[in-house]
Design a binder for this molecule. Structure first.
Ligand SMILES: Cc1ncc(C[n+]2csc(CCOP(=O)(O)OP(=O)(O)O)c2C)c(N)n1
Ligand SMILES: [Mg+2]
Length: 608
C-alpha cells in the first residue's frame, strides 16, 4: 500500500489486483479468457442467499441514501437492475464527470454523503476529475464502480481499467471487493470513512461477478477499521493555551476555512468571534461560515482577497486558523506570511498541521468541539485600536469597480444578483475571474451557500454542482455564476437539469476569453493573449435547444430586468451576460510576493 496523503485506514481488501504486465505481448494472454466477453456472468458464481447487487442496494438504504447520481454500463448492470425497484432517486448525467460533481454539489449543499456510480474503464476514468475536486476540498462522496470479472482483471479485458490504481491519489480511501461476503461491510466502512475526520471521496470497485454472487446474510454488519483513528476532541491543555493566547492578543485574526462548514461549527465560530471580539477572514471555501454583513467580517483573504483582510493578517499578532490549510493562494509567499503572528492551528487532520506554515499552538480535533471549549475560556476585549485600523483599511480599499461605466461590468451583475436574491441563494461557480468576482461581490451569510471548486480549481464544476445542490435543496434558489469557457466544459448537463425539472439558474459572465488566463497574460506576458480565446456558441440558443429558457443581455440597462425574469422562471434558465471583455480582478497578489504586496490598490482607492 502506497502512503496516503492524509490519515487513512488500512486497506480492507487487497487494493490492487496483481496486474500482469499487460503490454508485454499476446503470449501472456489466455485464449480461453479472451474468448469470454467480460459482461458474461459465470453461472458458478451464483450461490444461495442475497445477490451482491442487492446487498449494495440494501447497504445504501441502510446508510439513508435516497438520492444518487450515475451512468450505467456493462459490468455494473446487475446493480442497475436492482435499482429498478429501489426507493432511490436516480439522476443520470450526460458524462460521469458531471455525475461526480453533482454528487459533490449535493454533499456540499446538504452535508450528507454524495453517491455516484459508474461502469468500469471509461466510466471510472471519467470520475477522476470529480474525485480529485472532492479530494482537494474534503467533500464526502462514495463512488461505486463496476469492474470486469475477477478472473479477467489484469488481462486487458474489454473496458478494464485499473480503477483503484488510477483513483488512489484522488481518494481518501479506495478498495476492490473480491468476495461478496465483504460487500456490505465495505460499503458501510466507506460511508464512515467519507464522512468522518477530514472528509473526502471513497471509491469501491466491484467486479461484476461479485455483484451476481450470492451469500447468506444475517443483517448484522460490523466495521473492521483498526487503522482508522479519529481525533474527536482537542487536547484540553492545547485548548487552554490557545484561549490564553487569544486573551493576551492585541491584534488577533480568525482565519477560517471550509473545515468549519464541514464540521457544522458556524454557530460556534460566530459565538467565539463575538465573545472574544475577533475579526474574521475566510478562505474561498470558508465563505458563508461567517455572516459577511457582520462588523467583524474581513471577507475573503488571499491572492484576490480583500486588502483589509490581507493587511490584517500581515499585521496581526495572533492568527487563529480553523479548518484551513494555509493554501498558497492564501499565504502568498510563505516566508513572509503573517510575520508577527503567533499561530494557533485547529484542524481535524493532523497531516495538515504545520504542513505549510509552522504552528505555535496546534490543536487536532473536531472544530465544533474545540471552538465550543474555547468559547468557555475566552474573555471579551474591545481591541479598539485594532478595529479602528481595520476600519480605515476597509474604508480606503473596498472591493470596487467602475460603477459609472457604460459596459456590462461582471461585478455589477453579481451585485444585482445578490440584491435581487436578498443574498440568500445557493451559489455555485466556474473557475477563473467569474469565481473570484463571485467571492468578492456576492455577500454570503450562511454555511453551505457558496459551492465552488477551490483546491483543484475545476472548470466545468459550476453547472453540475448546481444540479446536485438543487437536488439537495429543492426549496432554495440555486444559481451557477459561470465563466463562458468553464460552462463550455460541461454544458450538456443543462439537459440533465431540464429532464429532472430542476429550476437552476445559470448566469454566464461571458467575456469571450479564458478571462483569468487573459488577465495573467496581460499582466505578466506582455499582453500576448496566446490561445486564451475561443469562439463561443450563442448560449441562449443552446439553452433553448436543451429545453431551458435562454436570455441574452448585452446592455447594462437590461441586467436588472433580465435577472428578475430569470428568477421568476420555474424552469432551468440561462442568462448570457456579455460583460466587459477585459475587466480584471483586483486586488491581486502576484506570485512570489507577500500577501500585503497587492496590485490594483491605487485603482480601488480611487474608486472608493
Ligand atoms: C479543467 C481546467 N482546465 C484549465 C484550467 C486553467 N484555467 C483556470 S481559469 C481558466 C479560464 C477560465 O475561463 P472562463 O471559464 O471563461 O472564466 P473567466 O476567467 O473568463 O471568468 C483556465 C483555462 C482550469 N482551472 N481547469
Ligand atoms: Mg471567460
Amino acid at each position: 500500500m502506497k502512503p496516503k496523503p492524509r490519515s487513512s485506514p488500512q486497506q480492507a481488501e487487497p487494493a490492487e489486483p496483481a496486474k500482469k504486465s499487460s503490454r508485454s505481448g499476446e503470449a501472456q494472454r489466455s485464449p480461453a479468457i479472451k474468448a469470454v466477453p467480460s459482461t458474461t456472468l459465470p453461472s458458478t458464481a451464483l450461490g444461495t442467499g442475497k445477490a451482491g447487487a442487492q446487498i449494495i442496494v440494501d447497504a445504501l438504504l441502510a446508510e439513508g441514501v435516497d438520492t444518487m447520481f450515475g451512468y450505467p454500463g456493462g459490468v455494473i448492470l446487475p446493480f442497475f437492475d436492482r435499482l429498478y425497484d429501489a426507493p432511490i432517486r436516480f439522476i443520470i448525467p450526460r458524462h460521469e464527470q458531471g455525475g461526480c460533481h453533482m454528487a459533490d454539489g449535493y454533499a456540499r449543499a446538504s452535508g450528507k454523503v454524495g453517491v455516484v456510480v459508474a461502469t468500469s474503464g471509461p466510466g471510472a476514468c471519467n470520475l477522476t476529475t470529480g474525485l480529485a475536486t472532492a479530494m482537494m476540498d474534503s467533500v464526502p462522496i462514495v463512488a461505486l464502480t463496476g469492474q470486469v470479472r475477477t478472473e479477467l482483471i489484469g488481462n486487458d479485458a474489454f473496458q478494464e481499467a485499473d480503477t483503484t490504481g488510477i483513483t488512489r491519489p484522488v481518494t481518501k480511501y479506495n478498495c476492490i471487493v473480491k468476495d461478496v461476503k465483504d460487500l456490505a461491510r465495505i460499503i458501510k466502512e466507506s460511508f464512515y470513512i467519507a464522512s468522518t475526520g477530514r472528509q473526502g471521496p471513497v471509491l469501491v470497485d466491484i467486479p461484476v461477478d461479485v455483484q451476481v454472487a450470492r451469500c447468506e446474510t444475517d443483517g448484522a454488519i460490523e466495521m473492521d477499521l483498526p487503522g482508522y483513528r479519529l481525533a474527536a476532541k482537542g487536547h484540553s491543555g492545547q485548548i487552554k493555551a490557545a484561549a490564553e493566547a487569544i486573551n493576551r492578543s492585541e491584534q488577533p485574526v480568525l482565519y477560517v476555512g471550509g473545515g468549519v462548514i464541514s464540521a457544522n461549527a458556524s454557530g460556534e465560530l460566530r459565538a467565539l468571534a463575538e465573545k472574544a471580539h475577533l475579526p474574521v477572514t475566510t478562505t474561498l471555501l470558508g465563505l458563508g461560515s461567517y455572516d459577511q454583513s457582520r462588523p467583524e467580517s474581513l471577507d475573503m483573504l488571499g491572492m484576490h482577497g480583500s486588502a483589509y483582510a490581507n493587511y490584517a493578517v500581515q499585521e496581526c499578532d495572533l492568527l487563529i486558523a480553523v479548518g484551513a490549510r494555509f493554501d498558497d493562494r492564501v499565504t502568498a509567499s510563505v516566508k513572509t506570511f503573517a510575520p508577527r503572528a503567533k499561530i494557533i492551528h485547529i484542524d481535524v487532520d493532523p497531516a495538515s498541521i504545520a504542513k505549510n506554515v509552522a504552528a505555535d499552538i496546534p490543536v487536532v480535533g473536531d472544530a465544533k468541539h474545540i471552538l465550543a471549549e474555547l468559547i468557555k475560556q475566552v474573555e471579551h476585549r474591545e481591541r479598539e485600536t485594532w478595529f479602528k485600523k481595520i476600519a480605515e483599511w476597509k474604508k480606503k480599499f473596498p472591493f470596487s469597480y467602475d460603477r459609472g461605466a457604460s459596459t456590462v461590468k461582471p461585478q455589477y451583475v453579481i451585485e444585482e444578483l445578490c440584491r435581487q436574491t436578498g443574498g440568500k441563494a445557493i451559489i455555485t461557480t466556474g473557475v477563473g475571474q467569474n469565481q473570484m468576482w463571485t467571492a468578492q461581490f456576492y455577500r454570503f451569510s450562511r454555511p453551505r451557500q457558496m459551492i465552488s471548486s477551490g483546491g483543484l480549481g475545476t472548470m466545468g464544476y459550476g453547472l453540475p454542482a448546481a444540479i446536485g445542490a438543487a437536488v439537495a435543496c429543492p426549496d432554495e434558489t440555486v444559481i451557477d455564476i459561470d465563466g463562458d469557457h468553464s460552462f463550455n466544459m460541461t454544458m450538456t448537463e443543462l439537459r440533465t437539469a431540464v429532464e429532472n425539472e430542476l429550476p437552476i439558474k445559470v448566469c454566464i459572465l461571458n467575456n469571450g476569453y479564458m478571462g483569468m488566463v487573459r488577465q495573467w497574460q496581460e499582466l505578466f506576458y506582455n499582453k500576448r493573449y496566446s490561445k486564451s480565446y475561443l469562439s463561443n456558441p450563442d448560449y441562449a440558443t443552446v439553452a433553448e435547444a436543451l429545453g431551458a429558457v435562454g436570455i441574452t443581455v448585452d446592455k447594462k440597462a437590461e441586467v436588472s430586468s433580465a435577472i428578475k425574469k430569470m428568477l421568476s422562471q420555474k424552469r432551468p434558465c440561462l442568462v448570457d451576460f456579455k460583460v466587459d471583455r477585459e475587466e480584471n480582478v483586483w486586488p491581486m497578489v502576484p506570485t512570489g510576493k507577500s500577501l500585503n504586496e497587492m496590485d490594483g490598490l491605487d485603482l480601488l482607492e480611487s474608486l472608493a
